[in-house]
Design a protein around this ligand. Structure first.
Ligand code: SF4
Ligand code: SF4
Length: 181
């Protein structure tokens, strides 16, 4: 297998927790955008971004839904912010069996941020658009990545023959066959 350098557009939303004021406009906008039909309902429990709010400690952390994990993780770390301890689960982006966060409330199906379905007309995702204080920033950048080139069926067959018999033996056999043919 050979490696190839490919250019890829990487899209991400950067979060600046110091700017977040916990207004939850991002939750409302996300749930409205993903309602069916669009904007027919606004329910933060259907949002793919949730804001962890700790009013007493003035801590607001927007977390976007990531991958579904079918099993509880074994991580038991904790975070300390302004002297207060938070469990690892507080800022975890996954929907998992041990909590209801990032699950569609009616069906229980996992929710994942899809960057607003990658709609080209939507230059900036909804949550970023409505965040008036700039706590969320959308970024697109081009990156070069090394990717494995997948072999075709014939190449895979040849590769396994070469691995088994050695290149020279295969070449001799092909030359012999060509002469006969
Ligand atoms: S809209 Fe912005 S400021 Fe408001 S909760 Fe969301 S991230 Fe925080
Ligand atoms: S990018 Fe779109 S789907 Fe993802 S959290 Fe923001 S509003 Fe929701």
């Amino acid at each position: 297998m050979s490696n190839q350098i490919k250019r890829k557009i990487v899209k991400e939303i950067k979060v600046d927790v110091d700017k977040c004021i916990g207004c939850r406009a991002c939750e409302v906008a996300c749930s409205g955008f993903h309602a069916s039909p669009k904007y027919s309902s606004f329910n933060p429990s259907r949002s793919r971004i949730r804001v962890v709010i700790d009013l007493l400690n003035d801590v607001y952390v927007p977390v976007r839904a990531g991958e579904y994990t079918p099993a509880e993780c074994s991580g038991r770390h904790s975070f300390k912010i302004n002297g207060k301890q938070y469990s690892e689960c507080s800022f975890c982006p996954s929907s998992c069996p041990s909590r209801d966060l990032f699950k569609e409330p009616d069906s229980g199906l996992p929710l994942k941020c899809d960057l607003c379905e990658d709609v080209p007309a939507l230059a900036v995702p909804m949550c970023v658009q409505v965040c008036r204080v700039g706590a969320l920033a959308y970024e697109e950048r081009e990156e070069e990545r090394e990717e494995e080139t997948k072999l075709g069926e014939m190449e895979i067959g040849l590769q396994s023959l070469i691995n088994r018999h050695g290149l020279q033996k295969i070449l001799d056999t092909v030359a012999r066959m060509a002469k006969k043919g």
